[in-house]
Design a protein around this ligand. Structure first.
Ligand code: GLU
Length: 417
């Protein structure tokens, strides 16, 4: 595929166009939903530990706020650019709509390599980002959260900088905070837990016996590690393979997930884990497991490898892991895809619970969070599955049809179109 075809924002727009065609959306609504409503690009000078100053590019895209304040994470990645942020902001719009929470979609990022930054440099970058975009953030405007390579600690520095600028408490300005300063129980593993709930529902819909099921995890970061643990805890499912940017490991009898997490913590990678063979990221995706969790970055399942996917279910914990041509091949081959903005909506759902708790200044138990998250995810899955059956379309198209319809109706109610 060409670079333009792999441009995540071009993909997000083409997915929207497909949904707009199915819904028979009028041209002005389609045009409005194809573009972000506001974009900010900022330059952030940061004092480095060696005394030099490095200049970073930062972004915040507020895609659509017809259903509520914009909401979405902040990615710190060397390849981050305005188009990845635009696409991710669009997907956040459909994500908050599919789980029906009163929020819009946004996303932000900084082009940087966090692996090369010290803790003090990260803190100065986090605070610099808030000084640059703080004015457009707020619980009634736009609320960031963690994403690839950003952490609860980074959220804590950002909240502190925002509150310092404003001179008052605003815990709801950012979610995914550490628990001691307004974070929610259950936010840390919410993305993975929500995804595993959807896999549980898919097993029921497809008559798959969970106790015999196996999975492979592409991307052993926050979402991937929790997916391995929670798959075992909730479904009794074995993880047979896991990979990260440096390589992967495979054992057909199952990996000791806790030991693997520890190994990754110590060495920085799953590579070299004892009692397992090595496997490439590419081969891992083609393993004959029940479930594959792509849990890293965009465009890993494409027109060239989709035909080799043997799993029954692809549960997209990452944003944008499959291209549109891959989708068609997977659907034709009977691979059941739980699309990203449904599969990984657990993160933003618990972020929403976090905001609600911050506003009330009253905090829920872990059991309450799990129960409410389960209800939201199960409802969203069932609604999507019904539309996919009744219209004979894949799960992604079905999810788009539901979400785009909700957002289009909100735009119409406001008199925008
Ligand atoms: N970054 C996560 C996502 O892509 C969470 C967003 C949030 O909690 O606002 O869904």
């Amino acid at each position: 595929m060409s670079n333009e075809q792999l441009n995540p924002f071009a993909i997000a727009q083409s997915q929207l166009d497909t949904a707009a065609d199915i819904l028979g959306l009028d041209d002005s609504t389609r045009q409005l939903l194809r573009e972000p409503m506001r974009e900010f690009v900022v330059t952030i000078p940061v004092k480095m530990d060696d005394g030099s100053t490095k200049v970073f590019k930062g972004y915040r895209v507020q895609y659509n706020n017809s259903r509520g304040p914009t909401k979405g994470g902040l990615r710190w990645h060397p390849d981050e650019n305005i188009d990845t942020v635009r696409a991710l902001a669009a997907w956040m719009t459909w994500k908050t709509a599919i789980v029906d929470i009163p929020l819009g979609g946004g996303k932000g990022g900084v082009t940087c390599n966090p692996k090369e930054l010290s803790e003090t440099e990260k803190e100065r970058l986090a605070r610099g980002y808030i000084r640059a975009v703080g004015k457009i953030l707020g619980v009634t405007q736009d609320v960031p959260a963690p994403d690839v390579y950003t952490t609860p600690q980074i959220m804590a520095w950002m909240m502190d900088e925002y509150e310092t600028l404003r001179g008052e408490a605003h815990p709801g300005v950012i979610t995914g905070k550490p628990i001691g300063i307004g974070g929610s129980q259950g936010r840390g593993d919410a993305t993975a837990r929500g995804g595993v709930y959807t896999v549980r529902e898919a097993f029921k819909a497809l008559n798959i016996d969970a106790s015999k099921a196996t999975c492979a995890i592409q991307g052993f970061g926050n979402a991937g590690q929790h997916a391995a643990k929670i798959s075992k805890e909730l479904l009794g499912m074995k993880t047979v393979a896991a990979s990260d940017s440096k390589g992967g490991v495979y054992n057909k009898n199952g990996l000791d997930v806790d030991a693997l997490v520890e190994h990754k913590l110590k060495t920085g990678s799953v590579v070299g884990f004892s009692g397992a063979d090595s496997i490439s990221n590419e081969d891992l995706l083609e393993l004959d497991t029940t479930v594959i969790f792509p849990a890293a970055l965009e465009n890993v399942i494409t027109g060239s490898n989709a035909k080799n996917i043997k799993a029954n279910i692809v549960c997209e914990l990452a944003n944008g892991p499959s291209t549109p041509d891959a989708d068609d091949i997977l659907y034709d081959n009977g691979v059941f895809v739980i699309p990203d903005f449904l599969a990984n909506a657990g993160g933003v759902t618990v972020s929403y619970f976090e905001q609600v708790q911050n506003t009330y200044n009253y905090y829920w138990t872990l059991e309450q969070i799990h129960e409410q998250l389960d209800r939201k995810m199960t409802h969203a899955f069932k609604g999507t599955y019904e539309v996919s059956k009744s219209k004979s379309i894949n799960m992604r198209k079905a999810a788009y049809v539901i979400s785009v319809d909700r957002v289009a109706k909100a735009c119409k109610l406001r008199g925008w179109v």
